[in-house]
Design a protein around this ligand. Sequence first.
Ligand code: PHE
Length: 468
Amino acid sequence: MSKSGPSSTDASRTHATTSRGAFSSSLGVLAATLGSAVGLGNIWKFPSLTGANGGAGFLLIYLLSTLFIGLPLMVAEIAIGRQARANPISALRQLQPRGAPWWLIGVAGMAAAFLIMAFYSEVVAWVFAYVAKALSGNLLSSDPVQTQASFDALVRDPVQALLWQWVVLAFIGGILLLGVTRGIEAATKRLMPLLFLLLVLLGGYSLTLPGAGQALSFLFAPEWHKITPAVVLTAMGLAFFKLSIGMGTMMTYGSYFTAEQNIPATATRVMLADLSVSLLAGMAIFPAVFSFGFQPSAGPSLVFITIPAVFAQMPGGSVLLAAFFLLTAIAATGAMLSLMEVPVVILHERWGLSRPRATLLTLLILGLLGAGCALSQSTLAAFQPGGRTLFDWADYLSSNLLLPAGGIAIALFVGWAWGERAFAAQLSNHGQLGNQGLARVVSLLLRWVTPVLILLVMLAGLGVFSGT
Ligand code: PHE
């Protein structure tokens, strides 16, 4: 009991070791939070999962999960972070009833961050490699066999897979070592709109392709029979992954929020903008899938094989292709920074490591874990315990198990342990905003609905009810 310690000691420990960073303006808060949400999830995961799971039905369940599970949890996490102004472990220790073990959510979150980064960094590695290859001009082709072969050549080469991952890790580590929330803020603020613009262009162009009609009906006309419990779990897991929730990222960013920021309004804006980017990516990719004879179920390679084919049709295609992957790399960088911030700030504030040391230690651990994922299509391809490569395990376990489980715990914490008054005070900025009614509703959701829904979806998706 006494091990988890009284909260006052904990708060002073946090504040003694650091003068904490913070986002500088309302726009900065929005840019950084959106920068965390928007990433490979939109451009790589969303299209490939939608493609592999039958299109519109998957999309619908994803939307429902986002609204009823994702959004309330995002609000909850940000509120916790801003109230405590500390890393997730310290934050929960500070707010939890004396002696309760809610801080373990922070520990699990740190584990989830590492697991996600292990495979995420490899996908960013492919994106970086594609920037370089696009500039050299030999990626463009409207022949699916050709674009698939280029992708395979990259991921099946252990040297390239590892080298590009190290380039990514060094790059991200470099930014974090500079220690600049300002740098992140400034870069994302300027470059995210460009990505948006390019996606609008690309989507617009794609809709003129002959397969556009088929793509739209694939994306918007549900075939209910394709929705199995496992598909529902995947869609919900994607909602967690997309909004960066269930593992402490939003708690951490919440701790940098300005006191004036309207938390529910910010979360809603981020959710909507994030959703538009995903839909645009879908509009850019699926017409090409049907026009050029790709398989919508191509899986992780989908973006990498379809997008070069679309650009192959356009004048200046290789430059645009490089720009597309460069902007994707930037979006992924924002997400990756927010992932890495979780262990870094925990190691910094709780273990007393300096930020540079905490960053280096994080990178070191990641280099080891990441190699397992980087090599999973080459050297380690035959190593598939339980029928999945290490890459697929990291992806599967994080989205379908750790994030939802974290979500249940966070919902229960806010609904039952933290107390509605404190929660409502955060949502309404201590009564300055008229969010009290909303706080009531979200609180009830978190207490009774969200955790039960998540649990049911998890159990069904894992086959507990069907006995498989
Ligand atoms: N939301 C990010 C994306 O879609 C991924 C992410 C997950 C980032 C969890 C932080 C925490 O790419």
